[in-house]
Write a protein that binds this ligand. Structure first.
Ligand SMILES: NC(=O)C1=CN([C@@H]2O[C@H](COP(=O)(O)OP(=O)(O)OC[C@H]3O[C@@H](n4cnc5c(N)ncnc54)[C@H](OP(=O)(O)O)[C@@H]3O)[C@@H](O)[C@H]2O)[C@@H](O)CC1
Ligand SMILES: Nc1ncnc2c1ncn2[C@@H]1O[C@H](COP(=O)(O)OP(=O)(O)O)[C@@H](O)[C@H]1O
Ligand SMILES: [K+]
Length: 514
């Protein structure tokens, strides 16, 4: 993302649904800035990016042809402004219009009237000799799947292999959900305005956008106070102010004591991955709670991480008498069953933070209400006491109806799950969504595909646990953990396995705190 304002607070990283974007537009126009001014700025921003794609100013002047595809609404209006700007700069531009330009209305009609170049019907587009396609067919106003003529046109562009610059959204992509309605362009770059939309970050949308440029076109950020958006892209501006860090005169207990439950003797690695990450991510102390049969194998492989026996509810009750134990990870390698359910319930009843992952989640598959009732009763000052970190398969076990409801976006689905469960829900994947029961949600945008590797989810639980054990509010702790995890993967680069992630945390912190 380029040209974003300096990220300093949550509204700088807000995502606007198409309806919220229309409100931003209305509020701005009511405040005295005309729709034409906004469209003029939007179209010029598109032309600037087009020039960059053609090789910089003058790069488009050497006989290369740019095709501007214009739709029936304001997205088409932006395309006409971009076309006229490029034409004035000496670029050979042709507009291919969906409809007769006499049928355009409002600002789009104004933009078409101001264009002095040639216009051809959409059906005349072949892609021959074309160096760039500017997609101004549909943006925020897409209301139904693309018809066959437009879908065929997209295939023609794909076959011709011409680079695509999308205005606002690649046509066919839903800005609210990131879903493809029938067929959509796959753009090399997308220029959007004021703030990005959820569909730019939710898959498959993100994969259709290419490089995302966010341009400011004269909409004042203070309209966000009125609109009060509740979804954000997960960047440090969202949680930096709440992050827990060591204080100068602090001691290790100030930084919290984190606990990770180990599985049985042959399944201990996942818990150690989580424990190591929790320590490196900032917990003051970390203890592995191990069944008696796994103590030797655990003790032989840890140094700064401590090991304690925990073999049943009585042991756990005794441990919970120590109020310094703040946050617990339960699930990685733990085994599915009654023990996991009993421990989870006990921890929540004791008012401690619990990150439930993997087998911990699957243990509640047949009786999710038992977990949800406990979590709904326990939310503290900093938010819920429970964080759930499912991948799509685990999510389906706890929320089968939400997983099956095709009309819900990943953002909607995670939000509904958070409200129902009383937990902060982290629904993982390339486009991890973090949602709180109060309606706030964030879509993560960093990380690399090398994270699709065994054990990386275990490491994530440790990073979230480190923040929870230090007192960071729950939603912010989960967002920070997810971002740190993704950034660590980026810093390591190709060839990453789960064991490599925690080792990148010092470099990640150095960057974050610079
Ligand atoms: N908001 C702002 O601040 C600013 C917004 N700006 C720009 O405005 C854009 C939004 O403009 P917009 O609202 O006119 O919607 P747009 O995407 O052009 O499409 C609507 C038209 O398409 C039609 N249509 C829909 N789906 C269809 C389909 N499948 N197949 C066929 N037709 C279909 C629909 O018809 P209807 O559904 O009404 O029958 C209607 O005629 C936004 O993306 C940005 O580029 C900038 O100028 C800067 C300031
Ligand atoms: N293609 C991808 N791009 C970015 N992150 C990914 C991708 N695939 C998986 N991840 C991340 O990797 C982690 C995998 O976690 P999980 O599925 O629980 O694995 P495991 O159970 O083996 O630890 C999650 O944080 C997820 O968001
Ligand atoms: K478009």
């Amino acid at each position: 993302m380029t040209d974003a304002p300096i990220a300093s607070g949550p509204y700088d990283v807000a995502l606007l649904t198409p309806d919220e974007m229309a409100s931003a537009d209305r509020l701005t126009i009511a405040g005295g800035i005309s729709g034409r001014t906004l469209m003029g700025a939007a179209g010029r921003a598109v032309a600037e990016v087009a020039q960059a794609m053609l090789g910089g100013p003058g790069g488009g002047g050497n006989g290369v042809r740019v095709a501007c595809l214009a739709g029936p609404g304001n997205n088409g209006g932006d395309a006409f402004v971009a076309a006229e700007t490029l034409r004035c700069e000496g670029v050979d531009v042709v507009v291919f219009s969906v409809c007769d330009i006499d049928r355009l209305a409002g600002d789009a009609a104004w933009a078409a009237a101001a264009y002095r170049g040639s216009v051809e019907p959409l059906g005349a587009f072949t892609g021959d000799g074309c160096a760039l396609v500017i997609d101004g067919l549909f943006g925020a106003g897409l209301s139904r799947p693309l018809d066959a003529e437009i879908a065929n046109l997209i295939e023609t562009v794909e076959r011709a292999g011409v680079p695509v610059l999308a205005i606002d959204l690649p046509s066919g992509l839903c800005g609210r959900s990131g879903a493809v309605l029938g067929k959509a362009f796959t753009a090399d770059r997308t220029v959007t305005f004021f703030r990005p939309k959820p569909g730019h970050f939710l898959e498959p949308g993100r994969s259709h956008c290419g490089v995302l440029d966010v341009r400011q076109i004269g909409i004042a950020p203070d309209v966000l106070e009125t609109i009060a958006p509740r979804q954000f892209v997960n960047r440090p501006a969202l949680w930096r102010a709440d992050l827990s860090l060591p204080v100068d005169a602090g001691h290790k207990y100030d930084r919290g004591h984190a606990v990770v439950f180990s599985g049985s003797a042959s399944r201990t690695g996942a818990a150690r991955l989580a424990a190591g990450a929790a320590l490196r991510a900032g917990a003051g102390l970390v203890t592995l709670f191990s069944p008696a049969g796994a103590i030797l194998v655990n003790a032989a492989q840890v140094t700064a991480v401590m090991v304690e026996r925990c073999d049943g509810e009585r042991d756990l009750a005794r441990h919970l008498d120590d109020s310094r134990l703040k946050a617990f990870v339960l699930g990685p390698g733990f085994g599915v069953g009654g023990t996991a359910r009993a421990y989870a319930t006990q921890i929540l009843k004791a008012g401690r933070f619990l990150i439930l992952d993997a087998d911990g989640i699957s243990s509640f598959a047949d009786r999710p209400e038992e977990l949800f009732d406990e979590a709904l009763g326990q939310a503290g000052e900093g938010g819920p006491n429970l964080v759930l970190t499912p991948h799509a398969g685990e999510f389906k076990r706890l929320f089968p109806d939400l997983a099956a409801k095709g009309s819900l976006s990943k953002l909607d689905r995670t939000r509904e799950a958070a409200v129902r469960s009383g937990a902060v829900v982290v629904l993982k994947g390339r486009d991890t969504v973090i949602a709180a029961p109060d309606g706030r949600a964030a879509i993560n945008a960093n990380g690399t595909p090398w994270l699709a590797s065994a054990g990386t989810g275990d490491v994530l639980t440790g990073m979230i646990c480190a923040q929870l054990s230090q007192g960071t509010p729950t939603f912010e702790a989960a967002c920070a953990g997810v971002w740190m995890h993704g950034r660590s993967a980026e810093l390591f680069g190709p060839g990453l396995i789960a064991e490599d992630l925690a080792g990148q945390l010092p470099a990640m912190f150095a960057e974050l705190l610079a």
